[in-house]
Design a protein around this ligand. Sequence first.
Ligand code: FAD
Length: 473
Amino acid sequence: MTTHLVWFRTDLRVHDNLALTAACRQPNARVLALYIATPEQWRQHQMAPRQAAFLVSHLNALQQTLAARGIPLLVQTAETFADCVTVIQALCEAHNVSALFYNYQYEINERQRDVAVERALSDVICQGFDDSVLLAPGSVTTGNHEMYKVFTPFKNAFLRRLREDLPECHRAPAMRQSGALSVPNSPVIVDYPQQPFDAERFPADEQSALTRLRDFCQHGLARYDADRDFPAIDGTSRLSPCLTLGVLSPRQCLHRLLKTHPEALNGGTGAVWLSELIWREFYRHLITRYPELCKHKPFIGWTDNVQWKTPDAAFTAWQNGNTGFPIVDAAMRQLNATGWMHNRLRMIVASFLVKDLLIDWREGERYFMSQLIDGDLAANNGGWQWAASTGTDAAPYFRIFNPTTQGEKFDKAGEFIRHWIPELSAVPAASIHTPWQWVEKANIRLDYPHPIVDHKRAREATLAAYDAARKGT
Ligand code: FAD
């Protein structure tokens, strides 16, 4: 009997999993599943302990759902990506594997690892799939077959493709009748620091993720456009951790969206949410076309000449939510306490670190990865380069967020701020974004810092630094 091996990576689900579907197509093949934990690699990339806990929770859930279909999931550990080759080779030999199925990852190290695996398995048929995207990287290009460098034309071309040919969604494989392999199904143990995550906020298994997606499309989308920028409102899907680890596929999101809002493909309700899903695709297509982004190179070369300040006490204040700017601090405290941050706030705190503190965006990118439950190289790098004006489709460097007016605009009454900064609970609404002024006027002591920078002066210094870098002076 022939044995098929499915190598799970960032696709921890049984529904609509292209590699799993292909491996199960032949009814009389035995199917074995594998996940390789690489804690050393995670350490190097500072994977957040909350993301590690989320991953382990989903691996355990996946083991159960696969077992119920007659597919055992083996979890092994490899020190490095190079060791993955040895692990897979040994497994293929031990189980006489005839074919390996896996879904592509687009980060450069992962791509190189996969090439090495395919090379080493000369007697095994290897098949990869573009599973974590709606459209394969490289398939949405300009008339000159170039990758788009600006989001809006990319999105328009992307939508045209979707309207012509919607990617299919696949069912989970049925219970396999034959050839169960005797592999023990024991709880998954991974030697990496883990920090509990809030399972109410972030679905801990595939079925809960599907339920969250269905509920959001049914009840959340109607108000998404109006609410999505206000962090005090629970107005977005909070599905990013599931999309990052592939507990949900973007095709499932698209099909569920179109079921409730078929007009989304043509600009109707749901179009803005679809647009967010396309941002996710944009950044994945970009890192595939420009692999140097995975090595944290800026897309706009001259920005590497900006004279960044050394991360010192100001960086620590930013990390800990003690900058004296309430919206920035509330956001950083949300990140540190939950592993997640609202999108509007990610833009605000990223802008503050780079444009007010003049600290290298890569420091912020790294810190985000060390905390985020949805940490994803492509989206995180894209978001940071956008905020730092170093990337494709970046905000021009002279456009700098004012942290006070951003707070006034998106958390007017200070509801979100008060939730995360109890020290400010006594500050009246009119002063919640400028507590330092209230403290002076009322002659009161607050256990909350004064602003660590003067925004106006910091803005001028940043403009000068970018200007000098651009002119090469
Ligand atoms: P929703 O608003 O419900 O959007 C649906 C999905 O679309 C999200 O789950 C996500 O997969 C995708 N999406 C939404 N906005 C973006 C975007 N701007 N770029 C790419 N994909 C998007 N997202 C991550 O998944 N991982 C990261 O590490 C990450 N780092 C970021 C860093 C910075 C500096 C910035 C500005 C943004 C970052 N984002 C990242 C994008 C975005 O903030 C999150 O995807 C979003 O906040 C997740 O919340 P949600 O699931 O409720 O999103």
